[in-house]
Design a binder for this molecule. Structure first.
Ligand code: HEM
Ligand code: NAG
Ligand code: NAG
Ligand code: NAG
Length: 317
């Protein structure tokens, strides 16, 4: 082999294998699918314009994806003959939504560049675009995740934190994923948008005392003590379609909708961070953006040997 051919090969090996070194990169699709980010952004914009809540639902999908064996698109897989998916897990059943929007985005991406953009990266990007669309901070989304070939119902049941969690349970659930307590407090600010079902906050509003009584009364009006399990209330009673720091202001006056929300301001070690975010929106925005990048880094599948780029986000290739 001639020397210059050898050098060309070496350069190629470096170039071609760089996505395989386990690192995500914000420029991952710039050459292979230059329109990828603008396609996702336009589709999210349209979906949120149609229904504000969809921004919240897409943000949550990325969280529930990342907490089960990493950000690998596993939450998007339908049940199959080979495995039961994550969609019927306790935290997901009758609760997570937005799958049709992800399908629409995937169809558009496949039309633009076949087999290039993973479903896991669609979730990470759609989460960021949703936050921006609702008035929140932006950040550079790291890309290059590949999709799992399977899902884990048991993982979803055990690893996604529950609304019944104490502060220490929340802290360890995030620490199990390599996320700090500060990341946990900042990421919980996602509850400045979106809705919860009666079944997730009934005990808190009826049977717990660390709640503003006028707020509890107003929530009970749409959440009877029995029945109405799927009735919705805004997680942020003031502004559930705007990504702001109102969630923390609510916690300070005991207007957290979920038990797990109010745990963050209940006389414990998270109080001071909640106070900071309640008075300083920019600090919250900066920390939230950084924590989203950290969450997006949970155990990605990278390189050519791990996982695949699904053609259809609902099933393995
Ligand atoms: C700290 C632990 C967390 C717990 C215990 C928790 C729990 C919940 C619960 C119970 C709901 C209502 C679900 C239902 O009604 O079925 C919910 C909704 C939501 N969660 Fe969380 N969550 C947590 C952290 C997060 C994080 C880290 C994010 C994103 C970064 C997030 C984003 C959302 C959003 C946006 C909604 C509203 C979804 C919609 O309206 O469709 N949550 N969460
Ligand atoms: C189940 O797994 C086998 C072996 O990997 C594969 O050939 C088959 O298509 C899978 N079935 C479904 C429904 O995904
Ligand atoms: C999921 O929800 C459906 C509809 O309410 C219910 O029939 C089913 O039993 C639930 N599945 C699980 C695993 O809880
Ligand atoms: C409230 O507590 C009582 C007594 O423990 C219990 O019987 C009831 O089911 C609880 N209600 C709710 C909504 O959790």
């Amino acid at each position: 082999m001639k020397t210059n051919t050898l050098i060309a090969c070496l350069v190629l090996v470096v170039l071609c294998s760089s996505p395989g070194n386990g690192q995500l990169s914000s420029t991952f699709y710039d050459k292979m699918c230059p329109k990828a980010l603008s396609i996702v952004k336009a589709a999210v914009k349209q979906a949120v314009a149609k229904e504000n809540r969809m921004g919240a639902s897409l943000l949550r999908l990325h969280f529930h994806d990342c907490f089960v064996n990493g950000c690998d698109g596993s939450i998007l897989l339908d049940d199959s003959a080979n495995f039961t998916g994550e969609k019927t897990a306790g935290s997901n059943n009758n609760s997570v939504r937005g799958f049709d929007v992800i399908d629409t985005i995937k169809t558009q991406l496949e039309a633009a560049c076949i087999g290039i953009v993973s479903c896991a990266d669609i979730l990470a990007t759609a989460a960021r675009d949703s936050v921006v669309q609702l008035g929140g901070p932006t950040w550079r989304v790291q890309l290059g995740r590949r999709d799992s070939r399977s899902a884990s119902l048991s993982g979803a049941n055990s690893q996604i934190p529950a609304f019944t969690s104490s502060l220490s349970a929340l802290t360890s659930s995030f620490s199990n994923k390599g996320l700090s307590t500060n990341d946990m407090i900042a990421l919980s600010g996602a509850h400045t948008i979106g809705q919860g079902r009666c079944t997730t906050f009934r005990t808190h509003v009826y049977n717990e005392t660390n709640i503003n009584s006028a707020f509890a009364t107003s929530v009970k009006a749409n959440c009877p003590s029995t029945g109405g399990d799927n009735n919705l209330s805004p997680l942020d009673v003031q502004s559930s379609t705007v990504f702001d720091n109102q969630y923390y202001i609510n916690l300070k006056s005991q207007k957290g909708l979920l038990h797990s929300n109010q745990e963050l301001f209940n006389g414990g070690s998270a109080d001071s961070q909640v106070t900071t975010y309640s008075t300083n929106r920019n600090t919250f925005f900066t920390d939230f953006a950084a924590a989203m990048v950290n969450m997006g880094n949970i155990s990605p599948l990278t390189g050519t040997n791990a996982g695949e780029v699904r053609k259809n986000c609902r099933k393995p290739n």
